[in-house]
Design a protein around this ligand. Structure first.
Ligand code: AMP
Ligand code: ZN
Ligand code: ZN
Length: 400
């Protein structure tokens, strides 16, 4: 009898079950906004450098436009902005006349209408029975077909990086049954400081060191809990120095009242107001010294952008380091910016994959960021999405 009880206790003990469960790796996607690929070589990010050495790394080409929302959505959908529907940080849509989507306008930015053209990975995972949790990521606050991550938070830039990491560690501390299998975390500080002070500033180096320390705390925290992590650490784009001396003022070319400037900066998305099309086109669709303007259907094929109805009629792309303005700038031009042609080496973004699913010491050649979704799916045991723009083959070297 005693023997039977002992055997039953051994079989049924929750400790044995949870110890086994605790070994199941959690896939964590870390986004460091504006972490240019070569920032990793500055010697100010020891924890990231060691993760890169222990895992797979290489420069990653962002999608065009090299802006925050289009690229964050490309990373989690495997589709480029033209096909994921987030074609810019600001957008208009002929099906929503008079309305502008913009990252700062919560009323529009949280409307599922804008986000429903491609399925983000947290939805695919939830539907496959993998619990997900998002400590910020563009699009994660929006219900997709009525589904959301099991845990998610409304974006608030004032939540400190320490708080973000602590929240994620709290999720990892949960019992296996309610612990996420896939989680995201997002840091904006490197981008914020990069805009304000420029990519070569001591302020950027300080921001890099701070985020590096936070990621170190996340790695150490998970190790202490005995939860293995498959970490995929990425940026959405790089950063390039800008200056007031390198400005293209659209006011000198065409009357501001004749078009809507959907976006300006390293590229401009220009929608002529009905009835003035000719005037705007005549002024813009000619050679300019420091920018190239084309109709959306004439953009170079390699940009894979322009067929979505949300892309404005005329697109001007500035020469690297130049800024296109329509009227007075909304923020100081001098500093740093992104949004340039994705062939610009200074737009290249950070990529590191480290954990039991990934190869050790692999160095990847430049690859397109849409492949990251395929890599994450592989780490999560989900089948490859044949409809995605990114292919697992492009990042196979990162997999164990
Ligand atoms: P960008 O203007 O392309 O440099 O975008 C970076 C900005 O996007 C940062 O200042 C962030 O605060 C902001 N941001 C990042 N994620 C979100 C989000 N989920 N909702 C609203 N804003 C965000
Ligand atoms: Zn960004
Ligand atoms: Zn930015």
């Amino acid at each position: 009898m005693r023997l039977i009880l002992l055997i039953a206790a051994l079989v049924l003990t929750p400790f044995a079950a949870s110890a086994k469960e605790a070994q199941r790796p959690v896939t964590v996607l870390i986004g460091i906004d504006g972490f240019r690929a070569d920032y990793l070589d500055r010697g100010v990010t020891p924890r990231l450098s060691s993760l890169a050495k222990d895992g797979a790394t290489g420069p990653m080409r962002p999608s065009f436009p090299t802006k925050t929302f289009p690229n964050h959505y490309a990373l989690v959908t495997g589709k480029r902005p033209d096909r994921n529907g987030i074609v810019g940080n600001s957008m208009i849509d002929p099906r929503r006349p008079g309305v502008m989507f913009s990252l700062g306008n919560a009323g529009q930015a949280l409307d599922p209408f804008w986000w429903s053209e491609a399925e983000p990975l947290w939805i695919t995972a939830e539907r496959a029975g993998i619990r997900t949790a998002t400590m910020f990521w563009p699009g994660s606050e929006v219900a997709f077909g009525g589904t959301r991550p099991s845990d998610w938070l409304r974006y608030d830039q004032n939540v400190s990086n320490v708080q973000r990491v602590n929240t994620l560690i709290d999720w990892l501390r949960r019992p296996a049954a309610i612990r996420p299998g896939f989680a995201t975390i997002y840091f904006d500080t490197v981008d914020t400081v990069g805009h304000r002070f420029g990519p070569d500033s001591p302020e950027v180096n300080a921001a890099l060191a701070e985020v590096d320390a936070r990621i170190g705390e996340l790695v150490d925290g998970a190790a202490k809990l005995g939860v293995p992590l498959n970490l995929v650490i990425v940026a959405d784009h790089g950063m390039r120095a800008t200056d007031d001396a390198r400005v293209i003022q659209l006011d000198t070319l065409v009357d501001r009242a004749s078009y809507i400037a959907v976006e300006t900066g390293p590229y401009a998305a220009i929608e002529p107001i009905t009835g003035t099309d000719d005037r705007v086109a005549k002024a813009l669709l000619v050679p300019h010294e420091h920018m190239t303007c084309t109709r959306k259907d004439n953009l170079p094929e390699r940009l894979h952008w322009g067929s979505n109805p949300r892309v404005a009629a005329i697109i001007c792309i500035a020469e690297a380091g130049w800024t296109i303005l329509s009227g007075p700038p909304q923020y100081p031009v001098k500093g740093g910016a992104h949004g340039y042609d994705n062939a610009d080496p200074e737009m290249l973004a950070l990529f590191i994959a480290r954990g039991p699913a990934f190869a050790k010491g692999a160095k990847l050649e430049v690859f397109d960021n849409v492949a990251v979704a395929a890599l994450l799916r592989a780490a999560l045991g989900l089948p490859e999405d044949a409809d995605a723009d990114g292919k697992l083959a492009d990042v196979r070297a990162a997999l164990k």
